[in-house]
Write a protein that binds this ligand. Structure first.
Ligand code: NAD
Length: 308
């Protein structure tokens, strides 16, 4: 079968989903950007007498993400007209629309059960031959494919973008045991030729390659900081701009990634390792407390830094 991607759907319009949708729009691919419905009304919506069923409310997560994209510096959509290629919607009402797309990219919260329950719904509506990929940071691709139809398994694999997805060139492609070789081949070529990425094929091991190394490095840095009493500023200076890595300061990176997402990613590899190796992947208590407080990083306005 000759694959082609004329239309895509991005499921999840958070930090990564909205960026991936913008990247696709920038290369001319129309994209549906779906997310779950809001659970409560804002004060402004209550003031207008809206209910949770109103379309304006139900689409607000995706619409908000798109508006944010336009304002992002130094990375707006390359042309405002590209915004028209993104159609926001919600994951419940608009699931049927997945029939019309050639590629479904799942970019929702990093949790195996939540992702699996979405795949079950996707499997029921997608047309055969549609490629489905997950942007998971490190959950097993094989575990996510379990229980799905044969055609789903053949067309399912990991496509792990890096944050921010419009700029970072790395794309990890992670085949499941069931993925058809021609689907892997197509995705690698599409990743390089159309998405403009440098593709690395990774095995389905916990956190794949980049996040296995990256999580390790970040957790060792956090532990060193705590035990030696370094400040956040000192650590960010020696791991960031002052050493010629403007974007890779430790705490700035954690704020951009999202502290909750980082904790999921660390837990994922912690749960799948043992002994001395496992100890390195234990996240520090202070980060657990930050997440409990709702300090999730840039996306919630407060992480290690307060967003102004
Ligand atoms: P996020 O918290 O910013 O967004 C997650 C989105 O999923 C939210 O908008 C939420 O509403 C939505 N969602 C849809 N259905 C849901 C459901 N049933 N339950 C809960 N949420 C639901 O997260 P993110 O940072 O965009 O991460 C999304 C995926 O991408 C995760 O798998 C993550 O591991 C991966 N990832 C994240 C980064 C990063 O730097 N943040 C980098 C690479 C990969």
């Amino acid at each position: 079968m000759a694959y082609q991607i004329k239309k895509a759907a991005v499921l999840g319009s958070g930090v990564m989903g909205s960026g991936i949708a913008a990247h696709l729009a920038n290369i001319g691919i129309p994209v549906l950007l779906l997310d779950i419905v809001p659970r409560e009304l804002t004060e402004a919506e209550q003031g207008k007498g809206l209910s949770l069923e109103d379309k304006a409310v139900r689409n607000r997560i995706a619409s908000t993400s798109i508006q944010k994209l336009l304002k992002q510096k130094p990375a707006p959509l390359t042309a405002k007209k590209n915004l028209q290629l993104i159609t926001p919607g919600n994951l419940e009402d608009d699931l049927e629309k997945l029939k019309d797309v050639d590629w479904i990219i799942e970019v929702i919260v990093e949790n195996l059960d939540v992702k699996k329950s979405l795949y079950e719904k996707i499997d029921a509506v997608r047309k055969p031959g549609t490629i489905i990929t997950s942007n998971t940071s490190g959950i097993s691709i094989n575990a996510m494919a379990e229980g799905r139809s044969e055609d789903f398994g053949k067309h399912f694999l990991g496509t792990h973008f890096f944050n921010p997805p419009r700029y970072l060139k790395l794309l990890e492609v992670i085949p499941a045991n069931t993925t058809a070789p021609e689907v892997v081949e197509f995705m690698v070529k599409f990743g390089e030729d159309r998405l403009g990425k440098g593709v690395v094929i990774a095995k389905d091991t916990p956190n794949f390659i980049a996040n296995r190394i990256g999580t390790y490095g970040l957790l060792v840095t956090l532990r060193e900081m705590q035990s030696r009493g370094y400040s956040i500023g000192e650590v960010d200076s020696v791991t960031g701009p002052l050493i010629g890595r403007p974007k890779s300061a430790t705490f700035r990176t954690l704020d951009v990634v999202g502290l909750d997402t980082f904790m999921h990613v660390a837990k994922n590899v912690y749960d799948q390792t043992s002994g001395d190796e496992q100890k390195v992947f234990e996240a520090p208590e202070f980060m657990k407390k930050m997440v409990e407080n709702g300090w999730l990083g840039a996306k919630s306005g407060q992480g290690f830094f307060v967003k102004k």
